[in-house]
Design a protein around this ligand. Structure first.
Ligand code: SAM
Length: 221
């Protein structure tokens, strides 16, 4: 059986099959990104590597329920704290991640050059119903001096192996990783939600925006 992996907000540096868990040929890798036209998108060039690129926003993903074993997000959560549309899409998107993960599937949030601490990420994941499996910070050592059995490095290597961006004490805060697990017994309720169509799509004018009500599944708490 294949392992289904979704990387959200891969930007100009996808972690495509980097992690030690994902080197197997049976891994099916999909990347989701905002369109390059969206203010705040970090996609500078299309990535030539061979994975399925899907354009969209994580708050309304075009994937069926229970489709993925892993959802990865690196340096997406803390991006643009000052830009409310991004912050709100990411927070709502965590419910979508819960929906599209298989039971016991894992949500992996790695903050490396964005200013969000692990405690904030933990709170967000817990409030969506995830059980926290790991929450770790990079040590004060430089990456080259960090041993492979260091707690943070060992967890991160499962998903990413290139050197992390940012460093202890930098402006961006200390790189960290939080892993949440989707419980088997989580239940959902469906609510209607206002969605501004075309908001995240390529567009020439603002004229064609309109608000639609769409059903949205959120975990029951
Ligand atoms: C700071 S960049 C990090 C890129 C890459 N993951 C890395 O580690 O270098 C954050 C990325 O998240 C994407 N992003 C922000 N909000 C998003 C959303 N709602 N849905 C999908 N991607 C989003 C941005 O377009 C941007 O490319």
């Amino acid at each position: 059986m294949s392992t289904e992996v979704l990387e959200i907000g891969y930007g100009s540096k996808p972690a495509f099959k980097e992690g030690t868990l994902f080197r197997d040929d049976s891994v099916n890798y999909i990347g989701l990104e905002l369109p390059t036209s969206f203010d705040g998108s970090f996609v500078w060039a299309s990535d030539p590597r061979d994975f399925t690129h899907v354009t969209g926003s994580m708050d309304m993903m075009p994937f069926r329920d229970e489709a993925f074993d892993y959802v990865l997000m690196r340096s997406v959560f803390g991006q643009f704290n000052s830009q409310p549309s991004i912050v709100s899409a990411v927070r709502t998107g965590i419910y979508e991640c819960m929906r599209i993960l298989k039971p016991n599937g894992k949500m992996v949030v790695s903050e490396e050059n964005t200013p969000r601490d692990a405690e904030y990420i933990e709170r967000e994941l817990k409030s969506a119903g995830f059980v926290i499996e790991a929450s770790q910070y990079m040590s004060e050592k430089s990456w080259d001096e960090t041993p492979e059995d260091d707690e943070y490095r060992a967890t991160r290597s499962l998903f990413y192996t290139a050197k992390p961006e940012g460093a202890h004490g930098s402006y961006f805060g200390t790189p960290n990783i939080v892993v949440g697990v989707k419980p088997e017994d989580i239940e959902f309720e469906t609510r209607m939600r206002d969605v501004m169509s075309n908001f995240y799509e390529e567009r020439d004018s603002m004229e064609d925006w309109h608000v639609r009500k769409l059903p949205f599944k959120i975990p029951k708490r």
